[in-house]
Design a protein around this ligand. Structure first.
Ligand code: HPA
Length: 250
């Protein structure tokens, strides 16, 4: 692995964010980890006067579905390059009425409905078993920095909400979403876990910036969810991300 850099912020881009606009003088790092290969090369460059790392969660050409992302390798790679602060950008469906398409949310809780993913760095032979406190799955100070950045940039962001992480890659049934709503979920996405828990295991500060692409099944007016619309709304919300992060970092 190359020499660790001082990295002020690492960004894991989700669906719709495969490149980081404004990242200058970027070097590319292909990182091998004990857990296999990350989703792609990590770009490390200059943004808003800081050193910023960027990794496309699904690969730069979106070739990895949510259940096949190597979350462990991604976080291990960012940590190994010197990142201690990570923001996961995640496309989501909105369950709560005020979380409609194009809304931007900084959730403060999550419920994990995923299965069959590697959820811990502890499950390899000989690894020390760590029971992390996960009462608050996101780092409060980093959430506040994101919210302040949004305020400075004049971008409307919803403070708080519960992210329900589903397995994907299919969208959910109405009944599944109705159950999630009863459980207290406000948002649904496929990539929020195990990323948040793995970040905690490595001692990273971690927060989620959730971009609402659609109303979740049964929550909007439409009978069906259009994938084209999802990507159009996602593109609009994604366009705000660099400005928000710039305001946060300056
Ligand atoms: N469900 C799960 N993940 C998503 C959705 C959804 O409706 N929209 C965008 N990501």
């Amino acid at each position: 692995m190359s020499t660790p850099h001082v990295i002020d912020l690492a960004v894991i881009g989700g669906s719709g964010l495969y490149k980081f606009p404004g990242l200058e003088n970027a070097s590319r790092h292909a990182v091998e980890t004990p857990y296999g290969a990350a989703s792609g090369e990590v770009l490390v460059g200059d943004f808003a006067g800081r050193r910023v790392a960027f990794l496309a969660r699904h690969g730069e050409s979106h070739s990895l579905p949510p259940h096949r992302v190597n979350y462990r390798a991604n976080l291990w790679a960012l940590h190994g390059l010197g990142a201690r602060t990570v923001i996961g950008v995640n496309a989501v469906g909105g369950i709560r009425t005020d979380m409609g398409p194009r809304a931007i949310v900084v959730p403060d809780q999550l419920i994990d409905y995923t299965h069959g993913r590697y959820t811990s760095f502890c499950d390899v032979e000989g690894a020390e078993v760590k029971h992390i406190d996960f009462s608050e799955p996101y780092t409060a100070a980093l959430r506040h920095r994101l919210l302040q950045g949004a305020r400075k940039a004049g971008i409307a962001v919803i403070d708080g909400g519960c992210y329900g992480a589903t397995q994907g890659p299919r969208l959910e049934t109405r009944a599944e979403i109705a159950r999630m709503k009863r459980d207290g979920c406000d948002l649904v996405g496929m990539t929020g876990m195990p990323e948040a828990a793995l970040a905690r295991e490595l001692g990273l500060d971690y927060a989620c910036l959730a971009l609402v692409a659609n109303y979740a099944a049964g929550c909007g007016d439409e009978d069906e969810i259009s994938i084209e619309e999802i990507f159009a709304h996602l593109a609009a919300a994604t366009a705000e991300v660099p400005r928000l992060l710039e305001a946060m970092l300056r």
